[in-house]
Design a protein around this ligand. Sequence first.
Ligand code: SDX
Length: 428
Amino acid sequence: MSEIAKIELGGNSYELPIVEGTEQEKGIDISKLRGGTGGYITLDPGFKNTGSTKSAITFLDGEKGILRYRGYPIEQLADKASFLEVAYLLIYNELPTQEELDTFKNSITSHTLVHEDMKQFFEAYPAKAHPMGVLASMVCSLSTFYPESLDPNRDQEARNLTIHRLIAKLPTLAAWSYKNAMRHPFMYPKNDLDYGANFLHMMYAMPTEDYEPDPVIVNALNTLLILHADHEQNCSASTVRIVGSSHANLYASISAGISALWGPLHGGANQAVIEMLEQIAEDGDVDKWVAKAKDKNDPFRLMGFGHRVYKNFDPRARIIKKACDDVLAKLGIDDPMLDIAKKLEQIALEDEYFKARNLYPNVDFYSGIIYKAIGIPTEMFTVMFALGRLPGWIAQWQEMIDNKEPIGRPRQIYTGETERDYVNIANR
Ligand code: SDX
């Protein structure tokens, strides 16, 4: 007998079906609640208790600190896979064979160039333009160069071209947004470099001399991109799904996801963490800043701490913290930020305020220190997050389209003025 939920409303009893997932998560299916109860809806600001969809892409368990992409533990993927292998897994549901991976990589390599007309767009931005604003605009602009991308319901082969173009061009657009800010000459992609090395080449190479990406940095970047690749129905993934549910094209949907990620409560936290650590390093009094974070009257929050879902630890933070130690040691860097970060983490882990609220370091807490160590400028940190998250966003968008999900249109409880008549301005 399948489980049901019973609710009593206005003297009547209603039964609601229970949905159970492959990892025994359970949800009350309220899709017929309003019609069945004469108008009752549920209310859940921030969707803390509300599922928006059924998904087969990523599973995470916030209590146990589990994160799996298509069933594969993040620890194994970060240790053994390449980023494009993980991108293929997220988008096509299976780890690729060597032949499938080669075909995927070759398709992406052949689309890394951006239309020459788009270079002019960069020159119109001021040097101080935040690269996330540039990236969101440029990704949406791709739809104007590839009108065949406008229809999300084309067959998989046509859709693959739209998808591969975006995976191929995002590193180029990201690196060029940095070069534009530096007013340095743009560097074109090199087809003999792999994904991460090509990005580093476009970021740091100059026309005047050869540039050889450091393997330690390339490896660290591969790990970071994998760790950021998907995270089920987070703010930006939900944004991609709801924009895509109107059948807006993929590029417009991803552009919306980039904008959502920009916020300091979401992907923008990695930039905010380093700015916070710099502020604390300058001030020198870590305890003062911890007290500020606990003070309800102080808007300051400990950036990089806390998570909507992880209530014990963020498995990605553990991997990144170890990678931090490795990368800084291999590069011979002694970054005082890392010492402050570890001291902050230790204080918070022992402090009742943080323990009572299950506030632990999240994926953004240590990632900025690695990005800094490999030479990524602070304003590009969230762009790095977007580079990693792209295949996850694409997989989420594709699942929503393939499942023919309805347009997203939440209800509300109205709390404004009841009906009243217009008053002529002379009488107001
Ligand atoms: C990401 O969803 C995802 O999966 C996101 C992400 C992904 O991969 O896509 O994991 C990436 O966005 C990670 C989170 C990055 N953001 C930050 O590091 C910003 C700092 N963190 C907080 O803003 C906060 O923890 C959130 C936004 C991450 C989560 O907020 P919630 O779940 O809405 O929790 P809340 O704001 O209701 O806080 C609960 C309590 C509150 O105190 P009380 O009202 O109960 O007294 O905890 C407090 C908050 O004031 N609190 C913090 C805090 N985070 C929460 N207090 C101090 N410092 C913090 N960082």
